[in-house]
Design a protein around this ligand. Structure first.
Ligand code: BES
Ligand code: ZN
Length: 593
């Protein structure tokens, strides 16, 4: 374990915390959280100070152990992305540090929603997003994935609202607005999470269920009907689930991500509710993080591929086991295409295309792209092919049990790969050349290749369309979402007005209830400045804050001089609905011009 994380002021080698008690009041009127965080220090701490991360917090008082006298403390000047180091003087033997504070107006982990921004439009809503380094904007903490702690919390919310955390959760409304939580497994700070709103709980299986606003419940329960089966499938692959329950909460559409693997309760976007369960691989992904990420955690954000690449691999194994290889191979092919585009964008020699990153001095979110996710997934697929599934699975099972509740660097992983998997089979290892994947750029030549006869069929339809067939002559009926995505992505980039109208009129893409299809289709709409679909595009962007959709669409709008002012106008109107994470990404790209 290395002793410094470039994205935390906490010194990993010393003065570490091991438990948090958070007592907090959620104030919707003033859009702030008022709280006391009581941190328990490791017994071995024998230091004169302990360092926390904080960003924009208004720290009111700090005291130690049972003595409520305020002590003086130091807040360092803010550093870009990182915020302020908070230095608390302690004595050798100090066990508890109490910090009372309020969140500031720029607390990027928090999104406060007005009732109109929720599905049911009746009550306000709050959710947090702590990954990667935003936990420090709502709790003073040692905000490094290399530091773990257990926690308890007591959260007061307005009467009539419910609260859930990444912990043991209530399944009904409390009569006094006070909720108690407990997370008994040690977690890193980026998995601290809270959501407050008018939602209800419906069980799906004995260990699984869904929290959602009442008006979203029926659709949610239908969409996630396979949740318990997914959990069992995951356990069959890589060992017992360590967290007790696995629930989902369906958030309002401004949630900036598809999903976030908060322990015991994945936070997810409503944009995966397509009505036909076709986008639930995202749930398999977040569930898989219960092993890769939450159990075995990247030690720093430079090792992010250990979280996401492993999870993408695990996700695809769950999907294959549940729905078949044909379905999953299509997904892998689509991923491979995305990866190629990302490598082109970043530059095929760019160090940002290495699996092991160097994000020092940068926002760790810069590493959140297809390299960690898909290059990582492809490396594991390659390893599976070379060592054989049986051996590789045994290695992974052992990896998760040996390293449970630990953090790991890329180098730790390499060492265990060599001693556990390669052992005395150097020729196999040579055919992988793992170092070229990890420390080298681009997509290595030995990347796996996947085939799909269904996609071959789709490709022949694209050819027919290119050769002049009309949309209705293509015979595209009852195909899966992945086939639609293949079709839409494969359409020629310039499409004249007649052809694009024919496609939209025949297949109704602009009115699709499937967010992935909509987002892929709108790329053509923008490239071709196809005005009749602009109202649908505006409607989508007005409420959807999922960055994965917003970013490419605004980028294209901004690129095309004919659509640039429309893009700016939609952003002005919609930005109030976006989470700070999405808002800042879009603002930045629009300013770049
Ligand atoms: N942990 C990530 C989300 C994340 C990563 C948030 C880095 C902040 C910083 C989550 O598991 C994730 O990967 N979500 C994806 C979905 C997935 C199916 C690829 C997303 O939100 O699109
Ligand atoms: Zn993930």
């Amino acid at each position: 374990m290395q002793d410094q994380d470039p994205h935390s002021f906490a010194r990993l080698g010393e003065g570490r915390v091991n438990h948090l008690f958070l007592k907090a009041f959620v104030n919707f009127e003033e859009k702030k959280i008022t709280a006391t965080a009581t941190w328990t220090l490791n017994e071995s701490t024998n230091q004169h100070s302990v360092v926390f991360d904080s960003k924009g917090l208004n720290i009111q008082k700090i005291w130690l152990d049972g003595d409520s006298t305020a002590i003086s403390f130091q807040i360092k000047d803010a550093e870009k992305f990182l915020g302020n180091a908070l230095i608390v003087p302690i004595q050798p033997g100090t066990r508890k540090v109490h910090i009372s504070y309020e969140t500031g107006p720029g607390a990027d982990a928090l999104q406060w929603l007005e009732p109109t921004q929720t599905h049911d439009k009746k009550s306000p809503f709050l959710f947090t997003q702590s990954q990667a380094i935003l936990a420090r904007t709502w709790v003073p903490c040692q905000d490094s994935p290399g530091i773990r702690f257990t926690y308890d919390a007591k959260i007061s919310v307005p009467n009539g609202l419910m609260a859930v955390m990444s912990a043991e959760n209530p399944d009904k409304l409390s009569s006094d607005g006070v909720y108690s939580f407990s997370m008994k497994n040690p977690i890193p700070s980026y998995l601290l999470a809270l959501s407050v709103g008018k939602f209800e709980f419906t069980p799906i299986g004995p260990r699984t269920g869904v929290y959602a606003e009442p008006g979203m419940m029926k659709a949610s329960v239908h969409e996630f009907a396979d949740l318990e089966k997914m959990l069992e499938t995951a356990e069959n692959l890589y060992g017992a689930y360590a967290w007790g329950r696995y629930d989902l909460i369906v958030l309002p559409p401004s949630f900036p991500f598809g999903g976030m693997e908060n322990p015991r309760i994945t936070f997810c976007t409503p944009t995966i509710i397509a009505g036909d369960r076709s986008l639930t691989s995202l749930v398999a992904h977040e569930l898989a993080h219960s092993w890769s990420g939450n159990l075995v955690t990247n030690a720093t954000w430079n090792d992010f591929w250990l979280n996401e690449g492993f999870t993408m691999y695990f996700e695809s194994r769950i999907m294959e086991a549940l729905y078949g290889k044909d379905i999953e191979d299509m997904h892998l092919i689509l991923n491979g295409e995305d990866l190629k585009l990302t490598v082109e964008e970043l530059g095929k020699d760019s160090p940002d295309t290495h699996l092991k990153l160097n994000l020092e001095g940068r926002d760790p979110d810069d590493g959140m792209n297809d390299i960690a996710y898909i290059k990582g997934q492809y490396l594991l697929k390659r390893m599976e092919a070379v060592f054989g599934r049986e051996k590789f699975d045994a290695f992974l099972r052992n990896h998760f049990s040996e390293n449970a509740f630990k953090s790991m660097t890329t180098e730790d992983f390499l060492a265990s790969y060599e001693s556990e998997l390669v052992k005395d089979q150097p020729t196999l290892a040579d055919s992988i050349n793992i170092r070229s994947w990890i420390y080298g750029p681009g997509i290595p030549d030995n990347a796996p290749v996947f085939h799909s006869t269904l996609f071959e069929k789709t490709d022949s339809k694209i050819e027919a369309f290119k050769n002049g067939a009309s949309a209705s002559e293509l015979g595209l009926k009852n195909i899966s979402t992945n086939e639609w995505l293949r079709f839409i992505r494969g359409l020629p980039a310039p499409l004249n007005k007649e052809r694009i109208k024919d496609l939209d009129g025949t297949f109704g893409f602009s009115n699709s209830g499937n967010s992935e299809i909509l987002a892929a289709w709108f790329e053509h709409v923008i490239r071709n400045n196809y005005q009749p679909a602009f109202p649908a595009l505006e409607k989508f962007l007005a409420v959807t804050g999922r960055r994965k959709f917003c970013k490419p669409l605004y980028t294209l709008l901004n690129k095309n001089p004919e659509t640039r002012s429309f893009g700016k106008m939609v952003f002005e109107k919609s930005q109030g609905n976006y989470h700070p994470i999405t808002r800042e990404s879009i603002r930045e790209l629009l300013e770049k011009g």
